[in-house]
Design a protein around this ligand. Structure first.
Ligand SMILES: Nc1ncnc2c1ncn2[C@@H]1O[C@H](COP(=O)(O)OP(=O)(O)OP(=O)(O)O)[C@@H](O)[C@H]1O
Length: 258
């Protein structure tokens, strides 16, 4: 595997992504330390495929993927894809984040448990450590899965639809946690979401992925939240309004954009 030459944690160069046949082509993407990138687009647009390719789970159809040798990546899967039938506590689930570092046959020690406690505190659920995972609400489960990823002390946190199915208050709370982790820990965050509105106030960079429109574009938030860029994504005119420090995104003619 080639190494990034520009200080990036992970990069794609001239990549086509997909499963045999390419879904999206011409992808150049660098994720640097401290980045906060949100990949948005419609359902089935290729966001998860992009994330899996970036993380090295899925090889690019063509082009190159590069990763810095020491870069540790924490992955938070879609909450609904995690089996909630395990008879495990919140701390047990978070401890799984230490397994790769533990290796085969070594039992978790005090340092591993301390790292788990720290991860649970960072996402505000230290009080739930002994609770059964399967009795948690969706938002609490999401925090547990973020803690599991944090327990591995990653430089890059990659999340797939972290606010899916959450009510607006839980969605804001989850995004606030990601912002705090990004600000305090200098953690690079890459998340995919089909809700532009949810990430427009948090990400520093945005990427649009829509295989049906053959659209891949990545840039700074200010460049991407423009009527021109957004109308290409949604296929209609879009207004961006800022009120009391918050951004709102509307398709012209009414309704919510994303
Ligand atoms: N393992 C797979 N093999 C073949 N095709 C796949 C596989 N996984 C996904 N696809 C297809 O690839 C396309 C993109 O899927 P992907 O999951 O990347 O989209 P997405 O933007 O993340 O969607 P969503 O918002 O619904 O999660 C879809 O047409 C999907 O059916």
């Amino acid at each position: 595997m080639a190494l990034p030459s520009n200080g990036a944690l992970v990069s794609l160069r001239g990549a086509a992504i997909g499963y045999g046949a390419p879904l999206l082509t011409g992808i150049d993407l660098d994720v640097a330390p401290g980045d906060f990138l949100a990949v948005v687009g419609p359902n089935g647009g290729g966001k998860t495929t992009l994330l899996r390719t970036l993380l090295g789970v899925l090889p690019p159809v063509s082009g190159e993927r590069r990763q810095a040798p020491a870069a540790r990546v924490g992955y938070v899967p879609q909450r609904d894809h995690v089996d909630a039938h395990w008879p495990l506590t919140v701390a047990d689930v978070a401890l799984m984040g230490r397994y790769r570092g533990l290796g085969l046959g070594r039992r978790p020690g005090p340092e591993d448990r301390a790292e788990v406690s720290r991860a649970l505190s960072r996402v505000g659920i230290a009080d739930l450590a002994g609770r059964s995972f399967r009795t948690l609400s969706g938002g609490q489960r999401q925090r547990t899965l973020i803690a599991r990823a944090l327990a591995a002390s990653p430089e890059l946190l990659a999340l797939d639809e972290p606010t899916n199915g959450m009510d607006p208050a839980a969605e804001l709370a989850a995004m606030d946690i990601l912002r705090e982790l990004h600000r305090q820990g200098g953690l690079a965050v890459v998340m995919v979401s089909h809700r532009l509105e949810a990430v427009a106030n948090y990400a520093r960079r945005l990427a649009f992925a829509d295989k049906d429109k053959r659209l891949w574009r990545v840039g700074p938030l200010e460049e991407m939240l423009t009527p021109g860029a957004l109308s290409a994504l949604y296929g209609r005119a879009v207004t961006v309004r800022e009120e009391a420090g918050r951004r709102f995104v509307y398709p012209e003619g009414g309704g919510e954009a994303a």
